[in-house]
Design a binder for this molecule. Structure first.
Ligand code: SAM
Length: 247
């Protein structure tokens, strides 16, 4: 059954109004008709089973037949603090992280980021594009919500955010030789994780020390150096696997 995401405000008591770019897709690509069954998701983890009951020029109305929590959502939450990396790689990480089950992506500006926020207007349009990529990956992978890509934060703001949200946070660091990711994940019962990944040039020693001071766990991902985008997806997958979300 085709699935679409709409704003929660478009969900009324008994019916849902679709009045965005989904209308064109439903009418002209999928060629849906009156009486067809569809799933509408409110972007917040709820799936509404509906029947199309009106097709207008720029609107589709669908009658709600049942509602349930989306079964495809992991029971844990993971916020990925991804240091800004070059163009396509950032987009690739967002797409794949959404497929794997990330809850939220925070683009992070760190001292060694090559990508800088010079023009706020340009950055705002990048964030908009990243959110579109997240939405399309969520649709494609059958997610029950659309993970948000927040505006960029600097490293300390990211740490503050993690503390405020009470995240069990890890910072993979290639110079960490004492503590591995598996070991740290085995010893937690947390359901709310944070994951800090450095840019192409890595984190500075000072950044890692500051993170540790704020109770973020420095971990190794093994003896090979992974590219930033590989490290993100490997760690995210490890968290999902260790927490039993890949069975
Ligand atoms: N500083 C290094 C350099 O420039 O050669 C590598 C940085 S690495 C490309 C980018 C990020 O991936 C790191 O900041 C870290 O978060 C993560 N990372 C990559 N390999 C890792 C490993 N073996 N253990 C822990 N973290 C790793």
């Amino acid at each position: 059954m085709p699935k679409f995401f709409v704003k929660a405000s478009n969900i009324l008591e008994n019916e849902i109004i679709i009045d965005d770019e989904n209308v064109n897709h439903m009418k002209n690509v999928l060629r849906l008709q009156m009486g067809d069954e569809i799933i509408i998701n409110d972007r917040q983890g709820h799936d509404y089973k509906c029947i199309i009951n009106a097709i207008e020029s720029s609107k589709i109305r669908a009658c709600i037949s049942s509602v349930a929590d989306s079964s495809s959502e992991p029971s844990i939450e993971v916020t990925l603090f991804q240091s800004l990396i070059k163009g396509e790689k950032m987009e690739w990480v967002i797409q794949k992280a959404v497929e794997i089950g990330v809850t939220r992506i925070v683009p992070l500006c760190t001292s060694r980021c090559v990508v800088k926020i010079e023009n706020p207007k340009k950055m705002a349009s990048k964030v908009e594009r990243w959110n579109k990529i997240a939405e399309s990956a969520a649709k494609q992978s059958g997610r029950g919500m659309v993970p948000e890509v927040t505006p960029p934060m600097d490293f300390n703001e990211g740490l503050e955010f993690a503390t405020e949200k009470g995240l069990f946070a890890v910072i993979p660091y290639e110079k960490e030789h004492e503590q591995g990711i598996r070991q740290i994940l085995k010893n937690t019962s947390s359901h709310n994780f944070g994951l800090f990944i450095g840019p192409e040039g890595g984190f500075t020693e000072e950044e890692v020390q500051e993170a540790i001071r704020r109770k973020v766990h420095s971990v190794s991902l093994g003896s090979r150096i992974l590219r930033s985008e590989t490290a993100s997806l490997v760690t995210l997958t490890n968290i999902m696997y260790e927490m039993g979300e890949m069975d």
